[in-house]
Design a binder for this molecule. Structure first.
Ligand code: CP
Length: 298
């Protein structure tokens, strides 16, 4: 079964195959659809989402899938049904693939008996593999390589599944990833660098929002003070290298981790990342349904 739960499910070769397919979905394979009359996919989002949910849906519809969106509040989860029984039910009634986001770290460990592929759309502060793939595609398109890149990820590292997945993949691919932000949000084993130094050093400056829904809070500091101390201000932007880019998984809290005017600044790739999300998700769905990577190299 071709599930994608963490970046460790993919070899470096698998990563490049997915990125190659994603690029081809933007060129010669734009109209490619799954050669199956009934590819039933269910999107089970137990946490709020805009980008991941609806870019998966866009990708699924472009691929010719039949898609249903599950709403926990009006399902039998409200009567106490477990995640396993919910997933097992979708499998039993004929769905072929599940996309799941859940607040529990590694929720997928309790779904090992499910035989249909599961694509992880985010587990707590654990993993966000398709966000990582779209980040990789954005960097690959920009720099033509994924090794020897210098990446700083700044902000609420402790609660960030994006930080975890990106570190895992980028380091394995031969890039250097450092972290910056408030000391209380550092993570053991995550190398730190002073943010003012890092913005001058980095090829990629990736900003993260404060994940208040996971209990993150900075006491006694206004948004403006947080921006000045830890965020990407216009002054720091001016000190980035000419070729460097800004990334952000979004949603953005404008005026907190990033100056609002920088969200669509020349160096920003924030909305490009979102477009790339649809392409990599098409590639991941194709893989989930057992189709091999395209042979054409892009
Ligand atoms: N980047 C991301 O996961 O955004 P959503 O929470 O809107 O899906």
């Amino acid at each position: 079964k071709n599930s994608l739960l963490t970046m460790n499910d993919l070899s470096n070769e698998d990563i490049f195959s997915i990125l190659n397919d994603a690029r081809l979905f933007n060129s010669s394979y734009k109209g490619w659809q799954l050669p199956m009359p009934q590819a039933l996919v269910a999107n089970l989002f137990f946490e709020p989402s805009t980008r991941t949910h609806f870019s998966f849906e866009s990708a699924q519809l472009q691929m010719g899938c039949k898609v249903v969106d599950f709403v926990a509040e009006v399902s039998s989860v409200a009567k106490g049904e477990t995640l396993y029984d919910t997933a097992r039910t979708f499998e039993a009634v004929g769905y072929n693939c599940l996309v799941i986001r859940h607040k529990r770290d590694e929720y997928f460990k309790e779904l090992e008996n499910i035989q249909i592929p599961i694509i992880n759309a985010g587990d707590g502060a654990g993993n966000h593999p398709t966000q990582c793939l779209l980040d990789l595609l954005t960097m690959y398109n920009e720099f033509g390589r994924l090794d020897h890149l210098r990446v700083v990820i700044a902000g609420d590292i402790l609660h960030s599944r994006v930080a975890h997945s990106d570190k895992q993949a980028l380091e394995r691919l031969g890039s250097t990833v450092v972290f910056a932000g408030p000391q209380e949000w550092e993570r053991p084993g995550y190398p730190t660098m002073d943010f003012d130094k890092a913005v001058e050093w980095a090829d990629v400056v990736m900003m993260l929002r404060i994940q208040k829904e996971r209990g993150a809070a900075i006491q006694g500091m206004s948004d403006a003070e947080y921006l000045e101390k830890y965020g990407l201000t216009k002054a720091r932007y001016q000190r980035m290298q000419d070729h460097a880019i800004i990334c952000h998984p979004a949603p953005v809290n404008r005026g907190v981790e990033i100056d609002t005017d920088l969200v669509e600044a020349e160096k920003s790739r924030i909305f490009t990342q979102m477009s790339n999300g649809v392409l990599v998700r098409r590639a991941v769905i194709k893989r989930a349904f057992g189709f091999k990577p395209f042979e054409e190299r892009k």
